[in-house]
Design a protein around this ligand. Structure first.
Ligand SMILES: *Cc1c(COP(=O)(O)O)cnc(C)c1O
Length: 374
């Protein structure tokens, strides 16, 4: 048996994630590994918390990166906040809303579903009605940026509604963080999770999360222990917080955290507002080209995510063949449709470092050439 080193080609990643990673972040990843309780590493983790607070626009003390992908951040929010019997209103307008429902049920909660069509944002009116109909609701859960369809929901209005009803919010910000405005404190959101590999353009496998004081209160007043040992945030708290008194919980993914630190330094240097504006500008550029080619967007104007562009595939096109052609001949990856949109739509990601002029131009040219061959 002769197995050699794995040397991947340089792909340009314009799917739903992972996104393109800048060389600066990849370099950070290859720096020497230090011990995860090394004083210098702890200092880096403290900076990382500061940078995450900036990205989330929050002063929440409990703002960390879970050592696992976005799905683990999702699960951390649900298993910590939900106690058996808790009623949770779950908004479902795509794949990730359905995953939220599964999390609620597995945590022993009762899920009350608010459904909207795939491609539509969460209806604030329907949520208002559900809250009125279910006065014993404990938590409202919704996806800010639905990556399966490209729809942006009004997290500010939903957060305000939850507060009026004295209900906690769990918010999926995996694709929104760094790509569109997200203001955790101003919008009064309670448990928010994200992912490293979407608009932060870091390596996959980390999940930034932030918990409000109210969320921490709910966790601390639990009468039953969190079923998951690894995700029990009351145990993780001691690892990420407290100067000097940090104790072992699990071995942090040291080098991945260097990379996250680097990607957040890049975001901080650019400025959040500038990053949001850049995503919008690249979306506008892509949209102009895409519409000229006759494509239609899945999501109505006004609730379209700039960083995730779902477009309907024209009739008679072998969609998998086009994607394979882009990958083989242009080193370009775009996303297939997911769930109800499988085979019907492509998802073009403009996330983080990937939201650049040269990527938009390449994508438009490659699509045009590939389609004209078919
Ligand atoms: C990607 C994604 C997730 C899951 O993140 P993983 O890192 O793949 O586990 C969850 N929610 C949304 C909206 C996503 O886009």
């Amino acid at each position: 048996m002769s197995i050699q080193s794995f040397i991947p080609p340089h792909r340009i990643l314009m799917g739903p994630g992972p996104s393109d990673i800048s060389p600066q972040v990849l370099q950070a990843l290859s720096r020497p590994t230090v011990g995860h309780l090394d004083p210098l590493f702890i200092k880096m983790m403290d900076e990382l918390k500061q940078l995450l607070k900036y990205a989330f626009q929050t002063d929440n003390d409990f703002t960390i990166a879970v050592s696992a992908p976005g799905s683990a951040g999702m699960e951390a929010c649900f298993v910590n906040l939900i106690e058996p019997g808790d009623k949770v209103i779950v908004c479902r307008n795509g794949v990730f809303g359905e995953r939220m429902r599964e999390n609620v049920v597995r945590a022993g909660g009762e899920a009350v579903m608010v459904d909207d069509e795939w491609g539509a944002p969460v209806s604030v009116d329907k949520v208002k009605q559900a809250l009125n109909d279910n006065p014993d609701t404990k938590i409202l859960a919704f996806v800010h940026a639905e990556t399966s369809t490209g729809a942006l929901s009004d997290a500010q209005a939903l957060g305000a509604l939850a507060k009026q009803h004295d209900v906690l919010t769990i918010v999926d910000a995996v694709t929104s963080l760094g790509g569109v405005p997200l203001k955790v404190d101003e919008w009064q959101l309670d448990a928010v999770y994200s992912g490293s590999q979407k608009c932060l353009s870091c390596v996959p496998g980390l999940s930034p999360v932030t918990f409000s004081a109210k969320a921490i209160e709910k966790i601390q007043s639990r009468t039953t222990p969190v079923q998951s040992w690894f995700l029990d945030q009351s145990l993780v708290l001691g690892y990420w917080s407290g100067e000097g008194k940090r104790s072992y919980h699990h071995t942090a993914p040291v080098n991945s955290l260097y990379a996250l630190h680097e990607s957040l330094v890049i975001l901080h240097n650019e400025g959040l507002e500038n990053a949001w504006a850049r995503h919008q500008a690249m979306h506008d550029k892509l949209k102009a080209g895409i519409e000229k080619m006759g494509f239609k967007f899945v999501v109505q104007e006004g609730s379209r995510l700039p960083q995730l562009n779902a477009i309907y595939i024209p009739e008679g096109i072998d969609e998998a063949k086009v994607r394979a052609d882009l990958l083989e001949n242009y080193n370009l990856e775009i996303g297939a449709g997911l769930g109800a949109l499988a085979g019907k739509a492509w998802r073009i990601g403009l996330m983080g470092y990937g939201a650049r002029n040269e990527n938009v131009s390449l994508c438009l040219r490659a699509l045009e050439e590939s389609l004209s061959e078919q």
